[in-house]
Design a protein around this ligand. Structure first.
Ligand code: PLP
Ligand code: SF4
Length: 393
């Protein structure tokens, strides 16, 4: 039976209490209620905190679980975890290019009256929750995740499930938000069950959640039983730095895997946090070590207050070059830019065919290079080569 947990008013942990705190010692709901929500509160537990104007909060709230605060370096302002979650003065500065609140144009692709983004053929993004356990300063969905209400309206959820149920060509549903795991087990059980029952044509049901990483105790045997019961096939987690991988996280990832669910990793490429070949190699190797397959590396979106995290396209290509060929193939994710205004995910991949050489009477040879820069010419692959404009009938 699902157990009801009574949550007492917010009791923040002091520095000494945080040091002694065992995040696995209390139900996740209790820890959730203890989140730090203002930089002044964090000043009590971290040194060298940057002071920011209250105006920062008008754009995007602050919210940090004690578990995440405990992972932060108490002294180093450049700690890769602090950079992701603490508000910064950079957020008040102008970007030098246009930033938007809905940079990916998701509102335009949302089915009216629902929270379903239907952009691609056969699959939909279902934004079920509009809050997260810990808020990332670079969040692409700032327009919605900073809301106090916590969840998308019930009627909207029903209309969303109706839409999925009545569109028989939808065979893949991705639950995201915000974070679907901010819901209690009962609500998740209901939503997943309703999708399975009313939309039997859905073949692939997946969940994107960063809460697994930000508050690992959210993953319980009860939750995993619900995911298994409704045949959730994939859980994608979001990690940007190896420091976020802890024994507690590994333990809870294993619980999900034991329910027969494959796991993927999503990473956002962030200046100062992980725009570094060694950091990314280590992150991806640690991920496959725990059986989590690196899936996407996203460029930082041009959302308001996140411009200081943007890693230029050319640098992303360099990072990719430092990974492909140098570490295990299964540890190499696809690097993508999510196109402005709803163009969709665009893979950014260096080309390993460097030249096409036409030789009279011999056709075309292509010149290739490998990850180290060694080259070879391959006449066979160049046979019948036509420039794209000629091949278009
Ligand atoms: C990323 C995304 C998906 C899922 O894309 P996959 O490449 O299949 O993982 C679906 N809808 C939207 C709007 C997305 O941004
Ligand atoms: S976990 Fe994802 S949705 Fe939530 S604040 Fe971070 S980036 Fe945004």
């Amino acid at each position: 039976m699902l157990q009801k947990i009574v949550i007492s008013p917010r009791q923040l942990l002091s520095r000494a209490e945080l040091e002694a705190y065992d995040p696995a010692s209390e139900p996740w709901q209790k820890q959730f209620a203890r989140r730090y929500t203002h930089h002044s509160e964090l000043k009590d537990v971290l040194n060298n905190m940057e002071d920011v104007n209250e105006t920062v909060y008008e754009k995007f709230a602050v919210s940090i679980t004690p578990y995440m605060a405990k992972l932060m370096d108490p002294h180093d302002p450049n700690c890769p975890i602090r950079l992701q979650y603490l508000p910064s003065r950079h957020e008040e500065q102008k970007a030098g290019f246009t930033t938007l609140l809905d940079e990916l144009g998701e509102e335009g692709d949302t089915v009216p009256g629902t929270s379903v983004v239907h952009r691609y053929p056969r699959r939909v993004l279902f934004l079920v929750s509009n809050t997260c356990s810990t808020l990332c300063r670079f969040c692409t969905r700032k327009r919605m995740v900073s809301q106090p209400s916590g969840s998308v309206h019930k009627d909207e959820i029903e209309r969303s499930i109706d839409y999925i149920a009545s569109n028989k060509d939808i065979d893949d549903v991705l639950l995201s938000g915000g974070d679907p795991l901010t819901f209690d087990d009962e609500r998740l059980d209901y939503i997943l069950g309703a999708i399975r029952e009313r939309a039997p044509h859905v073949r692939f049901l997946r969940i994107g959640s960063r809460m697994v990483v930000q508050l690992p105790t959210r993953v319980t045997p009860e939750l995993c039983a619900i995911l298994e019961k409704h045949r959730v096939q994939m859980v994608n987690i979001h990690i940007n730095h190896p420091k976020e991988i802890t024994p507690l996280l590994r333990e809870r990832v294993k619980l999900i895997q034991k329910a027969g669910i494959m796991m993927g990793l999503q990473t956002v490429c962030l200046k100062g946090v992980n725009d570094d070949v060694a950091v990314l190699r280590e992150l991806f190797m640690q991920a496959i070590e725990m059986g989590v397959r690196p899936y996407y590396v996203y460029s930082t979106d041009m959302v308001e207050g996140a411009h200081h995290f943007i890693v230029p396209y050319h640098r992303m290509l360099e990072l990719y070059e430092g990974i492909r060929g140098w570490i295990s193939g299964p540890a190499v994710p696809t690097f993508v830019v999510d196109g402005l205004g709803g163009l969709g995910k665009l893979p950014i991949i260096p080309t390993y065919v460097t030249e096409e050489i036409r030789r009279d009477g011999q056709g075309t040879t292509i010149k290739c290079r490998n990850y180290k820069g060694d080259t070879v010419e391959m006449p066979g692959l160049g046979l019948d080569f036509r420039v794209p404009s000629q091949s278009r009938a």
